[in-house]
Design a protein around this ligand. Structure first.
Ligand code: ZN
Ligand code: ZN
Ligand code: ZN
Ligand code: ZN
Ligand code: ZN
Length: 251
């Protein structure tokens, strides 16, 4: 196999591109912003995200966060968190806070996490997968008549049935009031509930590890990490790396 050598300026261009993607997401409509547009976008979104970042988690109200949602985490509608409306100039005052899907033709009214068993989301009592149900509110099944709306008999790792869980979208103040970490300020799009490396591990596993007297090391993290989280860890590693190698933190 032929190896392609990249000189320093090419590497810098690759870094700049990933930094651009993490900040802009799909907001450029697949046509790269001009340097001027990018600068304007960056300035506006950076202050808006510092002020209006939304934190997304999945758990039983009053309990631990069983799962923290990252940009790549799939919704009931099968689209990823980053494909939903996560940036708000003004955060709506009604609760629960609904983050609708932005993908054309998708009727999903609010981001909603569905637990996964390996690569697949859990099934409904009617035995059909989320994708066989309507993504619109009520989640009626399109493949059978016996279903009154998606509900899974699955029991979460925390010991509670998944029906007791909800996807919680909260502001920084609301999250702080629950005593949960809010992490450092980041200018990136759709960070959801990610506030550090340990956010990538399911909440009850993190408790198990700390209960066993072990600290959450990179090794422990990898042993316990669900497959889907590996995309997030790659993303998060790149992000931390880029931040320590670029001047965005002086913005
Ligand atoms: Zn959705
Ligand atoms: Zn969708
Ligand atoms: Zn069904
Ligand atoms: Zn069903
Ligand atoms: Zn749980």
């Amino acid at each position: 196999m032929e190896r392609i050598g990249l000189d320093q300026s090419a590497l810098k261009a690759v870094d700049d591109y990933w930094e651009y993607r993490r900040i802009v997401g799909d907001d450029d409509g697949e046509k790269l912003f001009t340097p001027g547009q990018y600068e304007e976008y960056r300035k506006k979104m950076f202050s808006q995200r510092l002020k209006n970042r939304l934190y997304v988690s999945y758990g039983v109200p009053g309990g631990i966060d069983c799962k923290l949602i990252g940009p790549e985490t799939q919704c009931f509608c099968a689209h990823r968190y980053k494909q939903h409306k996560t940036d708000w100039e003004v955060v709506p005052s009604e609760r629960p806070l609904a983050l609708p899907c932005r993908v054309k033709g998708c009727c999903c009214p609010a981001y909603e996490y569905v637990p996964r068993l390996g690569p697949n989301p859990v099934r409904c009592r009617c035995k059909h997968l989320p994708q066989h149900h309507s993504e619109a509110a009520g989640h009626l099944c399109k493949s059978c008549n016996s279903c009154s709306g998606f509900q899974s008999p699955y029991t979460c790792g925390c010991g509670q049935p998944s029906s007791e869980h909800q996807t919680l979208v909260e502001t920084r103040l609301e999250r702080e009031a629950r005593g949960q970490p809010v992490g450092r300020d980041v200018p990136y799009a759709a960070m959801g509930g990610l506030t550090g490396f340990s956010s990538l591990i399911d909440g009850y596993l993190a408790l198990e590890i700390s209960g066993s007297g072990k600290t959450i090391t990179a090794y422990n993290l990898f042993v316990f990490l669900p497959r889907e989280a590996k995309v997030e860890i790659h993303f998060y590693t790149c992000m931390v790396w880029c931040r320590s190698h670029s001047d965005t933190n002086t913005l």
